[in-house]
Design a protein around this ligand. Structure first.
Ligand SMILES: [Zn+2]
Length: 622
């Protein structure tokens, strides 16, 4: 996509600038759009304006980022419409970034003040009265450090352009420059290329690129490495127990494993921004923002590596291998796709694959991770309510807003998506007798879709998987992707000599209440109730505060030990506060064998199973 479209836009930009300087009448210079054309554009394409931003941070302690936006148009307009994105790609929730905007003003290039009004939540209409140059100033309150928001304080600035910079309506294809005026002697890190000869000024070829390039500005530490002569930087903002040289060595191995899948690296340089607070990551075209516990680099170092591997793999899967609706983006509305289970779940699968292939975890660690993911899914009654495609599609209203009933009516497209992509990989390896794998599916999507400027559909993903498996996977997809059926794990895993077991077959059933409880200080509260458990079926409620069990004061430890002396079928009496009243509830305890999901070698292994396992995880199956 990038190469082809970039050429077009460059040409349009030159033409537009020519018209600006030469006062030519406006022409429809934009070529006809393909199927993936922007939703916002009408029949007649406007000539794109020239846009220059300046972002300053003169008083970091106020948490206000100062934005100047200079729009130079070739055509005189009575009204200039500008908008703030309401979400940012990679995080599928309407976040209403416009709510942090204040001190909005507009003027003509010569200083004459222009009037304006808001016409909806994220749209400003400026009475530009034919001015060719409009300058907009506003400030954005930035005091929330997450990977999809902005933070400015006396330590540093981290900002996402989608949460900061407005765009002229219908001009998302326009290129722009962004000048950053750092506070004091702060340094700047971003994936955007610098404009030569202009201090701290960067260039974005269109808004999808601009909005996909976060900035870290501060006194960060930095380490770099190269893969295939392509520079990669890791910047660490803040103190912590990280070892920069070791981290660079290990992250390099991860990058090399991704390169081995696709045969190339699709960028000129890559930047990892690491903030040592919060948690999580967000992927971008040639950068990523990561947040991790500053003292987690020894005890939880593998978690850091899988986080880095996840966001890095996204530079292929989702940023370039794009699901139908994900790019070009509509920044004012939800962008619906049924494919987040591949974009996110597939990436969650590959984060561990890359770390395993890089030699940073063992095959046993890898399989233990899969077993615990399966155990978590099997304890969610919501798996019978929501399919992977439904969970993907409804991300906008559900995934980021779980409530106490989520366990009963939802699944995560990350968690089940990881499991189903794992099973799909094993299935393809088995069906193709080890000739093909999910790597081939990813590679095909990269060369036949990304390289040909196409997004892929749910049907494409199934077809390509079938092409690699050499057989129909209709059953697999209709049951596990589009449907909500229980997964028959062993029918797939056995193909490479593995078997899932859920616990000790001889273990005695223990008494079981089935409520998810949380101890908050003195209070023992019911956090969630999985459907089908004794607690759920016999009338305990989420939000109940448990005061006593059989007349004894209850806390989490006491309750757990009290239940170990009970048998399935025994009755207990709970004294609870529900809303504002005290009440007693009698519950007959159920029985359940202790769970301990494991994936291990099956019995009577064939040579073929051993070979497929070796090909897959690079170790002997024992
Ligand atoms: Zn992700």
């Amino acid at each position: 996509m990038q190469t082809k479209r970039r050429d077009f836009r460059w040409l349009i930009f030159i033409l537009a600038m020519f018209f600006v300087s030469g006062n030519f009448t406006m022409l429809d210079a934009q070529p006809k759009k393909k199927k993936t054309a922007r939703k916002q554009t009408g029949m007649r394409q406007p000539i794109l304006p020239k846009i220059e931003y300046t972002v300053s941070m003169s008083k970091p302690w106020t948490h206000l980022l100062e934005v100047e936006m200079r729009i130079v148009s070739s055509a005189m307009k009575d009204e200039t419409i500008i908008q703030m994105p309401v979400w940012t790609p990679g995080s599928y929730l309407i976040r209403e970034y416009e709510r942090h905007v204040q001190d909005f003003t507009a003027k003509v290039g010569n200083g004459e003040i222009l009037s304006w009004q808001k016409i909806n939540k994220n749209t400003w209409a400026i009475a530009s009265k034919g001015a060719l140059e409009v300058v907009v100033n506003y400030r954005v309150y930035a005091n929330e450090l997450t990977v999809r928001t902005n933070e400015l304080n006396d330590q540093h600035a981290f900002f996402n352009n989608a949460a900061l910079l407005m765009f002229p309506r219908d001009a998302l294809s326009a290129s722009s420059t962004l000048k950053v005026v750092p506070f004091g002697n702060w340094k700047i890190a971003t994936g955007l290329p610098r404009v030569e000869g202009q201090e701290n000024t960067f260039r974005a070829e269109n808004f999808d690129v601009l909005y996909d390039s976060p900035f870290e500005v501060g006194n960060f530490k930095e380490v770099s490495f190269e893969v295939e002569n392509i520079p990669h930087r890791i910047v660490f903002e803040g103190e912590g127990n990280y070892d920069m040289a070791k981290t660079a060595r290990d992250v390099k191995k991860i990058v090399e494993q991704a390169r081995a899948i696709f045969g190339e690296l699709p960028y000129k340089d890559y930047l990892f921004i690491v903030n040592l607070r919060g948690g999580g990551g967000l992927e971008h075209l040639n950068s990523t923002a990561l947040q991790f516990n500053r003292f987690g680099f020894t005890a939880r170092y593998t978690d850091f590596l899988t986080l880095a591997a996840h966001e890095y793999f996204h530079c292929f899967n989702v940023k370039r291998i794009r699901p139908d609706a994900l790019g070009p983006f509509d920044y004012s509305n939800e962008n619906y796709t049924k494919l987040l289970w591949v974009a996110e779940g597939g990436t969650a699968y590959y984060e561990n694959v890359l770390v395993k292939r890089a030699g940073l975890i063992s095959d046993k660690d890898f399989l233990a991770g899969k077993a615990s993911a399966i155990q978590a899914l099997q304890n969610r009654p919501g798996r019978f309510q929501t399919s992977l495609e439904e969970a993907s599609f409804d991300a906008w209203i559900k995934y980021y807003r779980p409530d106490e009933n989520a366990i009963n009516n939802q699944i995560s497209y990350y968690d089940k998506g990881e499991i189903v992509n794992f099973l799909l990989d094993v299935e393809i390896r088995k069906d193709s007798e080890g000739v093909k794998s999910l790597d081939d599916v990813m590679r095909y999507l990269y060369t036949e879709f990304f390289k040909k400027n196409k997004n892929y559909t749910p049907e494409d993903y199934q077809k390509i998987s079938e092409m690699m498996a050499g057989k129909s996977l209709k059953n697999f997809f209709s049951k596990y992707v589009r449907g909500r059926e229980e997964i028959d794990y062993n029918s797939v895993l056995n193909g490479i000599g593995l078997e899932l077991s859920t616990g000790d077959a001889a273990a005695r059933e223990a008494a079981y209440l089935g409520a998810d409880l949380t101890q908050e200080g003195e209070r023992l509260n019911v956090r969630a109730l999985p459907a089908g458990t004794p607690a759920y079926e016999q009338g305990l409620n989420t939000g109940d505060q448990i005061l006593a069990i059989d007349g004894y004061r209850a806390n989490q430890t006491f309750l757990a030990s009290y239940l170990t002396d009970k048998k399935p079928g025994d009755k207990i009496r709970l004294t609870v506060f529900r809303l504002e009243t005290l009440r007693e509830i009698e519950i007959t305890l159920g029985g359940r064998a202790p769970q301990n999901y494991k994936i291990a070698a099956a019995r009577n292994l064939s040579e073929q199973q051993r070979k497929l396992y070796r090909d897959y995880l690079g170790a002997e199956l024992k």
